[in-house]
Design a protein around this ligand. Structure first.
Ligand code: PHE
Ligand code: ZN
Ligand code: ZN
Ligand code: ZN
Length: 297
């Protein structure tokens, strides 16, 4: 799997910051900074050879948008989907939450294009609207699929907050092995957690399980029986002394002191965490999307 350029990921974050600054300081649902964010990501993907669709939905009297991008090729009945929410809260520009996941996924998608990656699975990316108002965009997407289309999505990877300034390295606890899930996720979730974990093991970074309870856009996927996994570097929770010993950073302080605040700017990013997590996303995409499928029967 390729090494993703963290400089490129940060360049996308700078663009999202500029969009917020030019649009009243946020990229929230129903505000102009949100649609400008969609158009930025879409422009990058269209130029790279993706097939993109903007899906509209209505929430709270405002139009929301999901951006869906398909990379040509692979088995259309065996889909890997990779997603991130692109909206911010109204309080600030949402650079860690969730410019980070949105930009890391975008750069992985662009690297797929640069390498003209040939996949066995069909690879699809999604940027969700209105996550901050209750997973509205991802829910609208999943609800828009027929049962047959849902059944084709064999795995969903979600990245929401992957550059927290006082970062932890949390993986959604798909197998409930850490006892912090709300029970194991759909069969296959444990394997997704393990694939991500394999990457962190390879670079010598310990991980912990975190709640697999639906507090981000994987929620509507697992509610429909689709296996899911993902990485999270922490939000309002406090880093313990034991976590600071193994990960560095500051104990007794939140993973992200600027969570949902105006100070969630490009200054609110831990470059090391963003770099490692972007590489982990690429590792998972390459590993899963180019794996040899088990023949039926
Ligand atoms: N979904 C939360 C938000 O956007 C952040 C979060 C992500 C919390 C993953 C837990 C796990 O505010
Ligand atoms: Zn978020
Ligand atoms: Zn949030
Ligand atoms: Zn686990």
């Amino acid at each position: 799997a390729p090494n993703i350029s963290v400089a490129n990921v940060k360049a996308h974050l700078s663009q999202l910051q500029s969009i917020a600054t030019a649009n009243g300081g946020n990229r929230a649902h129903g505000r102009p900074g949100y649609l400008a964010s969609v158009n930025y990501v879409k422009g990058q993907l269209d130029a790279a050879g993706y097939t993109t669709v903007v899906q509209s939905f209505t929430y709270n009297g405002a139009t929301g948008y999901n951006l869906i991008a398909d990379w040509p090729g692979g088995d259309p009945d065996d889909v890997l989907m990779v997603g991130a929410h692109l909206d911010s809260v109204t309080a600030g520009p949402g650079i860690n939450d969730n410019g980070s996941g949105s930009s890391a996924n975008l750069e992985v998608a662009l690297e797929v294009s640069r390498q003209a990656l040939s996949t066995t699975k069909h690879l699809r990316f999604g940027w969700w609207g209105a996550e901050e108002l209750g997973l509205r965009g991802s829910t609208a997407y999943v609800n828009s699929l027929s049962a047959a289309e849902k059944a084709k999505i064999k795995a969903y990877l979600n990245f929401d907050m992957v550059g927290s300034p006082n970062a932890g390295y949390f993986l959604y606890d798909g197998d409930n092995s850490d006892g912090v899930g709300s029970g194991p996720g759909p069969a296959g979730s444990a394997a997704l957690e393990q694939t991500l974990k394999d990457y962190f093991t390879s670079i010598g970074v310990p991980t912990e399980g975190t709640d697999f309870d639906g507090r981000s856009d994987y929620g509507p996927f697992i509610a429909n029986g689709i296996p899911a996994g993902g990485i999270f570097t922490g939000a309002e929770g406090t880093k313990t002394a034991a976590q600071a010993t193994k990960w560095g950073g500051t104990s007794g302080t939140a993973f992200d002191v600027c969570y949902h605040r105006a100070c969630d700017t490009t200054s609110n990013i831990n470059d090391t965490a963003l770099d490692r997590n972007s590489d982990a996303i690429a590792y998972a995409v390459w590993t899963i999307a180019t794996s040899t499928p088990v023949p039926p029967g």
